[in-house]
Design a protein. Sequence first.
Length: 399
Amino acid sequence: MAPPRPFDLIAVVVCDSVGCGGAPDASAFGDDGANTLGHVVEHAQIELPNLAALGAERIPGVPRLTTSPPLLPDAAYGRMLSRSPAKDTMVGHWELMGVVADRAFPTYPNGFSTTVITEFERRIGLPTIGNRSASGTEILVELGAEHLRTGAPIVYTSGDSVFQLTAHTDRIRVKELHEMCAEARNLLAGEDGVGRVIARPFAGSSETGFERLSADRRDYALPPVRPTVLDHLCAASVPTHGVGKINDIFGGRGLTSYAKTGSNDEGIEATCQVIKSGQFPFIFTNLVDFDALYGHRNDVAGYGAALREFDAALPRLREALPDNGLLVITADHGNDPTWPGTDHTREAVPILAAGAGVAAVNLGTRSTFADLGATVLDNFRVDGATAGSSFLTELCGAG
């Protein structure tokens, strides 16, 4: 008989882009010195007392988070480094779930080739405009009015491996935009196999301002190159639940069920509710607002406010946990809003593990995000190849 699980429930919450600097290979990505959490705390002058109480201040790269005297940590704490050859959401989440990407996906700083755009336009029966690297807000300011006048959807990309398609809901219905993105996903394969195709519907006007509709965003990702922890859990009949864009990131693989959310607050509430339901031993949540609304827009104040709101919500997440539950807080990359440009930054990510049965230990610097996935499999006594090493014994006080 297999030994009992140390934790009957594990909830992993990914604070999208909340890196803590210090990646040893940051200079190779042009990011030496980037530190999302550190710089936001410094520039926005915020305090994060609940993260501090967990032990976050003890993680390398994390500054003092309160003016109060430091307390003994109430959770296991540490940081993780990425071994994947990219700094995007998809490969970061893959690595958290045990799979290190083999290669970086193609990027298009000068836009997509004429061959790709011509074939895409043929498939959707419409001309397109844009086709350049830009932030999502800038491209709407520049081309939103032209799109409304002509009906041509806007194609753009970024420093990540993404093909983004945006259209006003008065011109192209959300369902139609999703169908167009599914066509783009089918088209973009082989050498042009971008990591994600993203549907970005928006509303509003030039006069009042355009607003992206986050709840109707869809990501069409390439499938993971190998089975992930999610796949292994499902194969072992361990129910899994994704919150936010997790289902999109993993191409629908490895999840028993999922819930779409339109904001960090919705994601936190959905996570609390599914924890309380007791139906799913493994819950995987992405809180995207840090990255999408603030990091990519160089909005330091907004990023700081989002961190304060998350910090204030931490007691709710912890109170939802059963006595034998584990809450893990981490990230997938950085996106330092004080850094030049609007793209992700190569950083280490914090890891905090809290629960009634968790030892308040220093997990150190883990050599790969995949250590988290290995720990999840170890806890549920599930076999499956991962690129990481479990730290379950340390969490249980036996390390």
